[in-house]
Design a protein around this ligand. Structure first.
Ligand SMILES: Cc1ncc(COP(=O)(O)O)c(C=O)c1O
Length: 465
């Protein structure tokens, strides 16, 4: 890392930013003593800040989004060409990239009926999830008296920032001070074996964490529960993959109680785990899938709520004299930049065989992180799949007492000082902000992975407890 530019122009931009921009998740006190980080450019796996410091980015843009890496001309050109041809029209009408991208996406999800689902466009992950919840609520009215509208969600999962999406999220600390929450959402247990909520050990347990869904449905009343929403691998809650038996049990319970299975692929979707979608590791067929971040790798704001035709067709109501459609609109669901960027993004993943790269580099990442576990007792658990990993830090292996958040912050800062950006669980759960999060772009090389893990290794060696 080399600080170079403190020219008058740079100082001016920093002053302008500080005076006018309200940064996400940034304590006000930090900006009194530290300049805001202003990222000026990016190419491949690397970004450069306005002062000239270069970083190897193991976060894909801070929040696991830039799946194909920075500076992709193919995407920029596709967006430019599309905007000059036709930039926007409300999505009650169609667009050429909108039609083509929907078709392309559905070919990647044969589990949803061999490409026979429907794609509903909006702008963010939160919004895509809200659309799914609204669909569930409207279906409850179409098919009955509106009672079967509740959504069951999981402790440690996150589904978004808007009030209903936050109401359906199991991040207790992130929810603090934002109540009252929307009624109609109810929680069941997480599936983190390292901290089993039932005090069991995998191998001798009965997958109680999955069966807890049935308990939640029975508690709420099966005639009131419309869907269950789950991340395939919990992301911001600490990178938690389920055991192989988990999702088939969830699917069985959904079938038993006529509850829609909604998988939130906002983080895992588009190759992050080595398959197009995270749930495809686990042998299930969802009724609804939501996605955002990696959908266009951050080159345009786009999200999708995808449903099976079995769900879509229920809105038709042809013979009833009712309206017969999902009564919802989002202005920017009609922007064509999103699907144009999405098409180019998917083409890159295909042309460069990035799913294969994720599997290979993911194995290397896993192996290197396990070496850290052997080396440092502070590393309690290493979890993940593909280029998506969590390193949970503990004070002591025996008690699994989580390390203090300030220590995890120190490790992140020390990596940054070495020119490597990594993430961590961030004010999600009181006392459990102790997991380092890694999600490099799908183009990462062996050398990149080694540089990332070496930086963490140095940080752990330097910052002893
Ligand atoms: C799993 C998951 N779902 C939904 C969201 C919300 O997406 P957005 O921030 O685009 O609204 C996030 C954001 O981090 C997420 O991690």
């Amino acid at each position: 890392m080399n600080t170079i530019d403190i020219s008058a122009e740079t100082t001016d931009i920093i002053r302008t930013d500080r005076a006018n921009v309200w940064h996400h998740l940034t304590p006000h006190n930090n900006l009194k003593t530290t300049d805001p980080l202003i990222i000026k450019s990016g190419i491949g796996m690397r970004v450069t800040d306005i002062k000239g410091n270069e970083y190897l980015d193991a976060t894909s843009g801070g929040v696991w989004s830039v799946n194909v890496g920075y500076g992709r001309e193919k995407i920029a050109n596709a967006v430019r060409d599309q905007l000059m041809e036709m930039c926007y029209f409300a999505n009650s009408a169609g667009s050429i990239p909108g039609a083509l991208f929907a078709e392309k996406l559905l070919t990647k999800i044969p589990e949803m009926g061999a490409g026979k689902g429907k794609v509903y466009y909006s702008n963010s992950g939160s919004e895509a999830n809200e659309k799914a919840y609204k669909m569930v609520r409207q279906l409850a009215h179409i098919n009955g008296d509106g009672r079967k509208h509740k959504v069951i969600f999981r402790d440690r999962d996150y589904h978004g920032t808007t009030i209903a999406a936050l109401s359906s999220s199991g991040h207790s600390q992130r929810k603090e001070q934002y109540g009252p929450f929307t009624p109609g959402f109810s929680e069941f247990s997480h599936c983190c074996c390292y901290r089993c909520p039932f005090g069991k050990t995998y191998g001798s347990c009965d997958i109680e964490c999955a069966k807890d869904l049935e308990t939640a449905i029975l508690r709420e009343g099966p005639d009131t529960v419309g869907s269950v929403v789950l991340e395939p691998i919990t992301a911001g809650g600490g990178v938690i993959p389920p055991v192989p038996e988990y999702f088939p049990i969830i699917q069985e319970i959904c079938k038993k109680y006529d509850v829609l299975l909604h998988i939130d692929e906002v983080v895992c979707g588009l190759g992050r785990t080595g398959k197009w979608f995270g749930f495809q590791h686990y042998g299930v067929s969802p009724d609804m899938v939501t996605m955002a971040k990696g959908l266009a790798s951050g080159y345009a704001a786009i999200s999708c709520t995808i449903t099976t035709d079995a769900v879509f067709d229920q809105f038709a109501l042809e013979d009833s004299g009712e309206l017969g459609y999902f009564r919802d609109i989002s202005t920017f669901g009609g922007c064509t930049a999103g699907p144009a960027a999405g098409l180019a993004n998917v083409a890159i993943i295909e042309e460069e065989n990035l799913l294969d790269n994720v599997v290979q580099m993911g194995n290397h990442l896993d192996q290197r992180l396990l070496e850290l576990k052997d080396k440092y007792t502070v590393v309690g658990d290493v979890r993940g799949k593909g280029l998506f990993a969590g390193v949970e830090l503990v004070q002591d292996r025996q008690s699994k007492q989580p390390i203090h958040e300030s220590y995890a912050m120190k490790i992140v800062t020390h990596c940054m000082q070495q020119g490597v950006l990594i993430g961590r669980t961030n004010r999600s759960f009181q006392d459990f902000n102790n997991t380092l999060c890694l999600s490099p772009a799908l183009i990462a090389t062996r050398r990149d992975i080694d540089d990332i893990v070496d930086a963490i290794d140095n940080a752990l060696a330097t910052n002893s407890l």
